[in-house]
Write a protein that binds this ligand. Structure first.
Ligand SMILES: *Cc1c(COP(=O)(O)O)cnc(C)c1O
Length: 396
């Protein structure tokens, strides 16, 4: 049948997107023009947060969050091993210590009971923060996590890279969008091409906290302020002050123009992702040997509607390597998300060991992310399903 390679994820660029970028190329601003603020405003509105700060990429967003929250050599921060390593690395950039907590076997999200256990096992004030990840687009129940964090005086950075447009229901039945800032102090997103909204490189931080917001703006551009109210002196119109050690983590205007254009299709893309997921769900339901990663119950409405944002569609199988290789033979480029962060040589050299987080490691040995993106055609998806079933039922 099809010989065209089918990747696990793929950006979707339209003529409108291209024109939006060309327009900024013809304008007076290549970087830090009007599109930056316009993208921030539109994105904040999309996720329901008060403030948004656009930055160079998702990793820069994480680094700035850690800096804004004062992470330093004495900080200890908890995150999940099932994530892209950047979620943990941001703590290391600031000299802090990364601690992992294991995931639940059904969702591969951070296990709150494991987190609680970790917090209870140490004296008060031992940990300073926690970085949950809306893994695969499955929203973490941040209300429950906030209660735990408050009891121990922790801040929360929500890594929502997989979940723009995702949501869960809180205990009052209210819909809580990922990154809306109602429970987490800060949330971050990435606009890498495999993510929902693509700008090439790009990232966003959202928050409802005005103080953190102002700090992030300053840290994004070298720690410099031009706001007379914040300056210690003022020598005239040219005057600015570098008040702390910041970075150049700005994102150019042309990428923000692309982001604004992409954002207009975000809801349509998300709806398509949910459709693709529903087709996989139906195809694999009751299929011996294929396990579908569960959705956190907080993300499910009684109507059956889901707040899962489906960045990834993950299945678990016994012979994962066999299936991965078999699909590749048929030009289906499924992927593995993720190699547990604590098993990376860098983290092992810091004292983490294989065997420390058995659920994460078991999950890793079985997981495979199938093609999931809005432009995946029905025929392509049917071909993927056929090949997956073929392998699981008969082997190669
Ligand atoms: C993509 C991703 C990042 C990093 O984003 P970049 O824009 O690639 O720097 C961080 N965390 C998670 C969970 C991601 O998926």
């Amino acid at each position: 049948m099809t010989n065209k390679p089918i990747p696990y994820g793929k950006q979707h660029i339209t003529q409108e997107d291209i024109e939006a970028v060309v327009q900024t190329l013809q304008s007076d601003f290549l970087t830090q023009g009007p599109a930056v603020a316009a993208f921030e405003e539109a994105f904040a509105a999309y996720v329901g947060a008060k403030y948004a700060v656009a930055v160079a990429n998702g990793t820069a967003a994480l680094h700035l969050c850690a800096l804004a929250l004062g992470v330093n050599e004495s900080s200890r921060v908890i995150t999940t091993p099932i994530t892209f390593v950047a979620s943990a690395n941001c703590i290391r950039y600031c000299g802090g210590t990364v601690e992992f907590a294991d995931v639940t076997p059904d969702t591969a999200l951070l296990d709150l009971e494991k987190v609680r256990h970790l917090l209870e096992s140490k004296p008060e004030g031992y940990y300073s923060g926690i970085i949950p990840v809306d893994f695969a687009g499955n929203p973490v129940n941040l209300e429950a996590l906030r209660q735990l964090a408050d009891a121990y005086g922790l801040w929360i950075i929500e890594d929502a890279c997989h979940a723009p447009g995702g949501y869960f229901y809180d205990s009052k039945g209210n819909k809580q969008l990922c990154g809306n800032g109602n429970f987490a102090d800060l949330a971050i997103f990435s606009f890498h091409p495999v993510k929902h909204i693509a700008t090439g490189e790009g990232g966003m931080i959202t928050t409802n906290d005005e103080k953190l917001y102002k700090k992030l703006l300053q840290l994004r551009t070298h720690g410099i302020t031009r706001d007379p109210e914040q300056m210690e002196e003022n020598h005239g119109g040219w005057y600015m002050e570098m008040q702390e050690l910041g970075y150049n983590y700005r994102i150019p205007d042309m990428l923000c123009a692309l982001g604004i254009s992409q954002l207009k299709r975000a809801e349509a893309g998300l709806a398509k992702r949910k459709q693709v997921a529903a087709v996989y769900d139906a195809a694999f339901a009751g299929e011996a040997g294929i396990e579908i990663l569960a959705t956190d119950t907080a993300a499910l409405a009684t109507s059956g509607e889901t707040g899962h944002a489906y960045h990834l569609y993950v299945i678990r199988v016994q012979d994962r390597k066999g299936l991965y290789d078999y699909l590749r033979q048929h030009h289906i480029f499924a992927q593995v998300h993720y190699i547990p962060a604590h098993t990376m040589p860098y983290y092992r050299h810091l004292g983490h060991r294989k065997g420390d987080y058995p659920e994460a490691e078991l999950y890793y040995s079985q997981c495979l992310s199938l093609p999931m993106y809005p432009t995946l055609t029905e025929e392509e998806q049917a071909f993927v399903i056929e090949k997956v079933k073929e392998f699981v039922q008969h082997g190669s």
